[in-house]
Write a protein that binds this ligand. Structure first.
Ligand SMILES: Nc1ncnc2c1ncn2[C@@H]1O[C@H](COP(=O)(O)OP(=O)(O)OP(=O)(O)O)[C@@H](O)[C@H]1O
Ligand SMILES: [Mg+2]
Length: 249
């Protein structure tokens, strides 16, 4: 039996993480095709998942319709998800424009991106991030998997479940560990205190490096990580030697 959520008929899975599932779906009233991100709220962590959902909804309501930020089309705070085995889950969900693959998938499938394509991606991401920052929001989980292409190969920044409002001057210090290890800025890892805008910019640097070389610059931005140590000591010759096997022009 096909899955339904409200007026949406789920078509196929287009992405998932440990926590959530994203499907393509069709609105049975308008026949419009969209994406639906389903937050399953059954487990012991349902409170934090609902908070992540609320954070994403609030951010997308504020940032909606900016060109390089995913557009939210609808939301539902409480619904029941019926599985084909007869079991049911309490969920909430966000309906969004349906995008193409995320850029992590492209990096895995293709060779390194040529410089003009990198410039195109970076320029659009910088526009999205600078708009978001100007509205007093920080993303805190910028990475390849959270950036998707639309059908015209324009970038959309997605996944605002770790976002946060911050004072518009950007100087407020934050102290919640958020994000994905390889993209986390050193001050977040070492001190746990950071400026939100700075950590978004750091993550963009990691993303750009990874797009260019098909290899992460380091595992973790800590001095115990050899590659990061070479980076911070400006020992670039030795560092590039260690990347040589992965790096293609
Ligand atoms: N609007 C969309 N259209 C198509 N695919 C999408 C869309 N939004 C997300 N995806 C895909 O689904 C994957 C998971 O979505 P998302 O990153 O929003 O959830 P998540 O990583 O589970 O979030 P969270 O950090 O809240 O756990 C993305 O990496 C992307 O590949
Ligand atoms: Mg994600």
């Amino acid at each position: 039996m096909p899955h339904r959520l409200g007026k949406y008929l789920l078509l196929k899975s287009v992405g998932e993480s440990m926590d959530n599932k994203v499907y393509s779906c069709i609105d049975q009233e308008t026949e419009e095709i969209s994406a639906i991100k389903v937050f399953i709220l059954d487990g012991h962590d349902s409170k934090s998942k609902f908070e992540a959902y609320q954070t994403e909804v609030e951010s997308l309501e504020l940032l909606a319709h900016y060109p390089h930020i995913v557009t939210m089309l609808g939301k539902c705070d409480e619904a029941t998800f019926l599985k084909s085995d007869g079991s049911s889950h309490k969920v909430c969900y966000i309906v969004m424009e349906l995008l193409e693959r995320d850029i992590f998938d492209y990096v895995s499938m293709t060779d390194t991106f040529p410089a003009p394509i990198l410039r195109h991606i970076l320029k659009q991401l910088l526009q999205a991030v600078s708009f978001m920052h100007s509205q007093g929001y920080v993303h805190r989980d910028i990475k390849l998997e959270n950036c998707c292409f639309d059908k015209d190969y324009n970038i959309r920044l997605c996944d605002f479940s770790s976002a946060s409002a911050q004072h518009k001057d950007g100087l407020l210090h934050m102290n919640t560990m958020k994000g994905t290890q390889g993209y986390m800025a050193p001050e977040m890892l070492s001190e746990g205190i950071y400026k939100g805008r700075d950590i978004d910019i750091f993550a963009l640097g990691v993303l750009l490096f990874t797009l260019r070389t098909k290899s992460a610059p380091f595992v973790s931005a800590e001095l115990k990580d050899r590659a990061y140590r070479l980076f911070s000591l400006h020992q670039f010759e030795e560092l590039w030697k260690s990347y040589e096997s992965n790096f293609k022009s």
